[in-house]
Design a protein around this ligand. Structure first.
Ligand SMILES: Cc1ncc(COP(=O)(O)O)c(C=O)c1O
Length: 405
């Protein structure tokens, strides 16, 4: 039998599997492959610098949990999440938004949070409105549930409220997905007036908001932003996702969703269907960490280092970008976004960049539609300033060669 005939009769050729088609060469998987290469300085992934992990504090928390709560920590738990962690999450959130532990659903990172949300809310054919560009793995989590993503116009202040209003009226979405603070991939932040204008649109049109906020605490200016969920009338119509990945450790795989009302039960059922519960030992350890260490002080130290690295990257990029290029200057988070402009294709350039020892993530994959192929996302957090400067210099050579190509 020839290969073609065999694949037609493949036992797993189901419609659901077809939704994964084209994701085999996911840029997300490439990120980790590039990060592992010793000969390449990779700006591709949002990968924290492991030197900045609070290793001793975290180790002490694991030890305490296994010593004092060992039998519970190694047992199954509950789908809603361990109460200690939900209390700590609620305590942090309550600084901006009245929250109690019953309104928290623990997830294995925000990525699972997005999947839980999709499982709970989306049916095949539903439309999800997303920023253009947006976090590509959210698009994937929604896509595998059969949703259709439509990108909404953004500017330097995030999603444009008039464009959002029009897109809602045209496409009747099931939900809107936004990353308002230190956005992935652009690093942009929505100012308060913009948040209010977006909230007004969502309330007027009665569309729920999925607000993803993994980076908000990583501020370089000392100012932090209250979530859109905290604006009047928004808390009951928003699912707010937080994660410990960028603040404490991505390896612990702990995040949570804040919600109100009956959707809390649906989220717990969806979570149970996906993974029963998140690792109990990790939940209890993160709870202990939040209860006994000063996370804000740790994040402030990490942010100070990231700020230096942002400055190093911005300074190194300025002279090597072509005239007319547009680059963001984020006040926090992990990413810088550069649009090189007409005539450049960042995907085509990537092979030359990697050969020159530097990698970035081509921007096209962050667009649900109408991709700008001249764009690239550069994470500034993983490497020291001197390494950044040298690697951006190599990138400059590649850009220069492609400008003449
Ligand atoms: C906007 C956004 N949401 C969610 C995630 C998922 O992160 P995690 O599952 O590690 O919490 C990321 C990771 O980079 C992200 O950038």
């Amino acid at each position: 039998m020839c290969d073609m005939a065999r694949s037609e009769h493949h036992p797993f050729r189901f419609p659901v599997a077809a939704r994964y088609a084209g994701m085999e060469s996911s840029p997300l998987k490439d990120i980790f492959a590039l990060a592992a290469r010793k000969d390449v300085v990779s700006f591709a992934g949002g990968i924290p610098d492991p030197e900045l992990f609070a290793l001793e504090d975290v180790a002490a928390c694991y030890e305490w949990v296994l010593t004092h709560q060992g039998h519970r920590a190694l047992q199954y738990g509950v789908s809603e999440g361990e109460v200690e962690l939900r209390e700590q999450a609620a305590r942090r959130l309550a600084r901006d938004l009245p929250t109690d532990a019953s309104q928290i659903r623990v997830t294995s990172g925000s990525q699972e949070g997005l999947f839980v949300v999709a499982q709970a809310l989306l049916e095949p054919g539903d439309v999800v409105l997303v920023e253009s560009p947006t976090y590509l793995a959210a698009v994937q989590a929604f896509a595998v549930h059969g949703a259709r993503m439509i990108g909404v116009q953004t500017d330097d202040h995030g999603v444009v409220p008039e464009a959002l209003d029009e897109a809602i009226r045209t496409h009747h979405p099931r939900m809107v997905y936004l990353i308002p603070t230190f956005q992935n991939p652009t690093g942009r932040t929505m100012p308060l007036e913009r948040r209010q204008a977006v909230a007004d649109v969502l309330q007027r049109t009665d569309v729920p908001l999925i607000e993803d906020d993994p980076y908000g605490a990583l501020s370089f200016t000392g100012s932090t932003w209250a979530p859109i969920a905290s604006l009047p009338g928004m808390s009951e119509r928003t699912l707010l996702l937080n994660s410990m990945s960028k603040l404490m450790s991505p390896g612990v795989r702990i995040g949570w969703i804040r919600a109100e009302g009956p959707i809390l039960d649906t989220l717990a059922v969806a979570k149970a269907a996906i993974s029963m519960q998140s690792s109990v030992v990790d939940q209890l350890t993160v709870a202990r960490y939040l209860a006994t260490t000063d996370l804000d002080a740790h994040v402030a130290r990490v942010s100070a280092v990231y700020r230096e690295r942002r400055d190093a990257m911005a300074t190194a990029l300025a002279p090597v970008l072509p005239a007319g290029a547009h680059v963001t200057h984020p006040d926090g988070g992990m990413f810088l976004w550069a649009a090189l402009g007409e005539g450049y294709d960042a995907q085509v350039m990537l092979a030359d960049a990697v050969a020159a020892g530097v990698a970035y993530l081509p921007g096209w994959s962050f667009f649900a539609d109408h991709a700008d192929r001249s764009t690239m996302r550069l994470s500034f957090v993983t490497h020291a300033p001197a390494v950044i400067e040298e690697a951006v210099g190599h990138l400059g050579g590649v850009i220069e060669r492609h400008s003449r190509a």
